[in-house]
Ligand binder design. Structure first.
Ligand code: 5GP
Length: 188
């Protein structure tokens, strides 16, 4: 059966484990493209410029918008984040499927550019588990935690509009489900 590279958007509330899921699938599939996003937020300890994100100043971000370099960009939690078109196109051209791990708003913009995007929503097993995971992560201030929980509540309301929903309860099972989803859409 033929296989074609596809564009997948993975969304879900902060703290649900999207990042871990996507990196586990990447380990299983080294040929998966993962374009590096740009952001105006400051790097967290351990994050590397050009690997975690392209960390840009406000002025640099404005300039890239003006040049039309973004496939989508959005303001999330007081900072701007965006996907560079050039990074996505380069992956697809090489025959690599792309997973974009972005918020809901950004995902909708991507679909406008690439209508056959597959939208995947990662859900927590329960609201209580999500709150606990976010607290355990320990990277957020009180204020930032409150903002993220607020956004999460909004995002969970839209889960039913996604092509695929995966509950991240058992990590191994969720990884396998995500992997099977990629497989299914690449070969359909
Ligand atoms: P964080 O600051 O925790 O790394 O990410 C905050 C939020 O920004 C997450 O919900 C993440 O999905 C979103 N995000 C990361 N990169 C992009 C991007 O390129 N575009 C958009 N729209 N959102 C992004």
């Amino acid at each position: 059966m033929g296989r074609r590279p596809r564009l997948f958007v993975v969304s879900g509330p902060a703290g649900v484990g999207k990042g871990t899921l996507v990196s586990r699938v990447r380990e299983m599939r080294p040929l998966l493209g993962l374009p590096v996003s740009a952001t105006t937020r400051a790097p967290r300890p351990g994050e590397i410029d050009g690997v975690s994100y392209h960390f840009l100043s406000d002025a640099e971000f404005d300039e890239r918008i003006r040049r039309g370099d973004f496939l989508e960009w959005a303001r999330v939690h007081d900072h701007r984040y965006g996907t560079l078109k050039s990074e996505v196109d380069a992956c697809l051209k090489r025959g690599e499927s792309v997973i974009l791990e972005i918020d809901m708003q950004g995902g909708a913009n991507v679909v406008r550019h690439y209508p056959d995007t597959v939208r995947i929503f990662i859900e927590p097993p329960s609201w209580e588990v999500l709150v606990q995971r976010l607290k355990d992560r320990g990277t957020e201030s009180e204020e930032s935690l409150a903002i993220r929980l607020n956004t999460a509540q909004e995002e969970l309301k839209h889960a039913s509009s996604y092509d695929v929903r995966i509950v991240n309860d058992n990590l191994d099972a969720a990884v396998q489900e995500l992997e099977l989803t990629l497989e299914k859409y690449e070969t359909e």
